[in-house]
Ligand binder design. Sequence first.
Ligand SMILES: Cc1ncc(COP(=O)(O)O)c(C=O)c1O
Length: 342
Amino acid sequence: MALIHGGQLQKVAKQFNIAPENWLDLSTGIAPFSYPIPAIPEQLYQALPQSSHDLVTAAKRYYAANSLLVTNGSQAIIKLLPTLWREQNQYSTTVYLPEQGYKEHALAWQTAGFTPCWYQDELPELTEIADNSVLVIINPNNPTGQLYQQTMLINYQAKLAKCGGLLVIDEAFIDVIKPCQSMTSVISNDKNTLILRSFGKFFGLAGIRIGFLIAEETWLAKFSEHLGPWQVNGPAQFIAQKALLDKNWQEKQQRKLKALTVRLRATLAENLPYELITKILGTDLFQTVYFKTGVDVEHYYIALCQQGVYVRLTDDKHALRFGLAKEEQLERLAKALTHINN
Ligand SMILES: Cc1ncc(COP(=O)(O)O)c(C=O)c1O
């Protein structure tokens, strides 16, 4: 089964009969500014990719992690994890998942035969968590922006370790939050916690397909064995290494994304009918507008598409998620929003 995601511009452009180059694409949570591509040695295109000690060192420093695996994005890990976990714990049947959130997690666990237990913004009570179960947390959540404090997650980590369970923390969007909220520096030799870090979102380079699994060494070896060689191409490794070491660029990027988020929130608040909206939530990589019950949110989505503005209608069709618009794109967005209202 293929899920709907943002970033499917070709398909949407065809559906609305507007050429792809004429769209304002705000359908993803990928930063609108990307790390500048450095000159890449030709050798990296010619040779088979090798594992790079320098990249691993740079990534360990950036993510404050003791042990990690370079992957072809978090998605590769999400898909394979349920099978590997089942091999390790045959008594595990229940997986707690966010009702709203990146749906590939749910798809992977359900496909592998696990029974989902959905939670809303609040995590399941510690005392309710069944032995041998799996808890998936997207922190901060996409699309709700909900952030779970590190101090609280440490309690969940202890609980799952004690009851033979597994804690999976997807930190795809955490780069724009204070590093002290990340669990990467806390997990060390814990065999019951895995953390996923996407490179593409904050660095604006989702197309090069690179990410990191932060976990204890035996997990890394297991994934490595199942995924096989040459998962991540040489040019992607080279670019990521430079980007992860470039503190100066990272700080500038943080400031730019924060400023654009303020502008986006203002544009949404000023140009959408406030009486129809309950809240606008998100992170410095996207903002999600929640509408009152009874509002036909799909109508808003379609009306924006008809004007060549592509945003993400959430799976429950209660909200629209907007990626960050560049300063020069805000006017077009504002016009499109007011045009729906009139
Ligand atoms: C919460 C979340 N996790 C993981 C992913 C997959 O990211 P990657 O590009 O690292 O495979 C996405 C993609 O949108 C996401 O939203």
